[in-house]
Design a binder for this molecule. Structure first.
Ligand code: ZN
Length: 294
């Protein structure tokens, strides 16, 4: 299958599990394996072991793409490139991930955030196809965002941390002080699944459609989308993550975002991602593929 396409290794590196696959695209993800995130030494050793065996079966990998939780050092010119840096996850602070795996396998590694990877995967194969720029926002336990512009993930001093922008917070309407340990009532502090759980005693799974939680949630997410539309001018804003599974939430967010923009800008496409539960793994594969194509 797809013998002419480069063979890519993909790692979706998460705080609870690493998901590994080998393949050439979304329709060719071979031998998907889940490795629990334990200590760095054990987890990374299992990744190397998996890809060494995969190479023995399928041939040499052209590149390995790692889409990781963060914060992470994604600037190839930085001394700590490839490290997970200031994460609250115990044992993983200042951990060399990309360098360690790349050296062990002798394979070039593309290393980026999970959300930049997802944005790239959606741009290549999902709901962002045909768009010049794609913003991917995940709304789950936390909130994170990534951006692809003309086929390249956006980096800066670090990488975007879109979950931590400030949005209007009316403390009369919503007295909840926020769930972010760093900022209190930033976007993640007000609109993540963690915030919903703390405010309503329920992450959203059991809240009925007419519960006030959804109006508030869509209002916060729309404020964020309007800010992103004005600062980055993305062609598409794709909202994924567990909270977005709530039926109709995406429509409310779209409606409120367009109301906030008030006709001032061309309307960006605002939709759910197209790759669903494969977005993370496809994102990692896309990062590897982008490196080979560069
Ligand atoms: Zn924050």
């Amino acid at each position: 299958m797809s013998a002419s396409l480069p063979l890519i290794g993909a790692i979706e590196a998460g705080g609870t599990k690493f998901v590994l696959a080998t393949g050439t695209g979304p329709g060719d993800l071979r031998e998907v394996e889940r490795v629990p995130t334990t200590t760095p030494a054990e987890t990374l050793w299992r990744c190397v072991d998996y890809f060494a065996a995969a190479q023995a079966r399928h041939g040499r990998l052209a590149a390995l793409g790692i889409a990781t939780f963060g914060p992470a050092s994604v600037d190839p010119a930085a001394a700590d490139w490839g490290f997970i840096t200031t994460t609250p996850k115990p044992g993983w602070q200042q951990t060399d991930v990309a360098g360690a795996i790349g050296r062990a396998l002798g394979v070039p590694v593309a290393f980026d955030t999970d959300v930049n990877g997802a944005a790239l995967g959606e741009w290549l194969w999902g709901a962002g196809q045909g768009c010049g720029s794609v913003l991917y926002l995940t709304v789950g336990t936390g909130i994170g965002g990534g951006v692809v512009i003309n086929g390249r993930p956006l980096h800066g001093l670090l990488h975007p941390e879109m979950g931590h922008i400030r949005i209007p917070h009316d403390r009369t309407a919503d007295p909840f002080s926020g769930a972010c340990p760093w900022h209190g009532d930033c976007l993640e502090g007000l609109a993540s699944g963690t915030a919903m759980t703390q405010r309503w005693g329920n992450s959203g799974d059991d809240l009925p459609p007419d519960h006030p939680a959804w109006d508030l949630e869509s209002q916060y997410l729309a404020a964020a989308c309007a800010n992103f539309a004005c600062t980055l001018s993305p062609h598409a804003i794709l909202l994924g993550g567990g909270v977005m599974d709530h039926p109709g939430l995406i429509d409310r967010v779209r409606e409120k975002t367009l109301a906030l923009l008030n006709g001032y800008l061309p309307e960006p496409r605002i939709s759910l991602p197209g790759l669903g539960s494969r977005a993370g793994l496809c994102g990692a594969l896309a990062l590897g593929l982008e490196m080979v194509a560069r």
